[in-house]
Design a protein around this ligand. Structure first.
Ligand code: PNS
Length: 179
């Protein structure tokens, strides 16, 4: 790449509208995939930001969650997968993001999301939070419910990407049958 092309590429990147989509993603669900895909259609770049939370006994490590998300979006250059700790707004600033994307499934999500969006705005007024709705067929899906159904031996096909389902089944096999 010549210096001139590099310079043009840099200038173009400065104009990019960058969104950040934060969450635990333990595991990544088809609802998340739907929101990321919709986000990628609107923004120049969407950063899937996986939180290093201190929850005990996660289903997957943050590295595993990143690997799976990267595999799911391998053919989509607009989707970037990262992890973060600390405040979301600090990470969003560091990444040069403009917008925080959150999915809204139902009214029950609203209160928590509203509080978070306003707290984030108080700390960093430069970011807008944009709420996106997944397809109706995903409105009842949550990572927590998927973990519970799976732990109790229920079916999760169609609720998570194939890669995630295979990894979940693999980890169960490695751990041995349920007691
Ligand atoms: O998948 P989740 O649990 O709904 O995602 C919640 C998340 C990661 C968006 C939220 O907990 C978060 O932003 N955590 C980072 C710490 C932070 O900035 N807290 C203040 C939020 S107002």
């Amino acid at each position: 790449m010549t210096n001139q092309t590099k310079g043009r590429e840099k200038a173009r990147r400065r104009l990019d509208r960058v969104a950040i989509y934060p969450g635990s993603f333990d595991p990544l669900t088809n609802g998340h995939v739907d929101i990321i895909t919709r986000g990628a259609a609107i923004f120049d770049r969407i950063i899937v930001a996986i939180l290093h939370n201190r929850e005990k006994g996660p289903l997957f490590t943050v590295q595993e969650r990143m690997d799976m998300a990267r595999e799911v979006f391998a053919g989509e250059p607009k989707v970037v997968v990262e992890s973060f700790g600390g405040l979301l707004v600090d990470f969003a600033r560091q990444q040069g993001a403009h917008v925080i994307v959150r999915g809204l499934r139902a009214i029950s999500d609203f209160e928590y999301e509203f509080q978070m969006a306003l707290m984030n705005r108080r700390m960093a007024p430069e970011f807008e939070t944009v709420f996106m709705m997944p397809a109706e067929s995903y409105t009842y899906i949550s990572s927590r419910l998927i973990r519970e159904v799976f732990a109790l031996g229920g079916p999760i096909a169609g609720l998570v990407p194939g890669i995630v389902e295979a990894r979940m089944r693999g980890s169960r096999k490695a751990r041995g049958p349920r007691a």
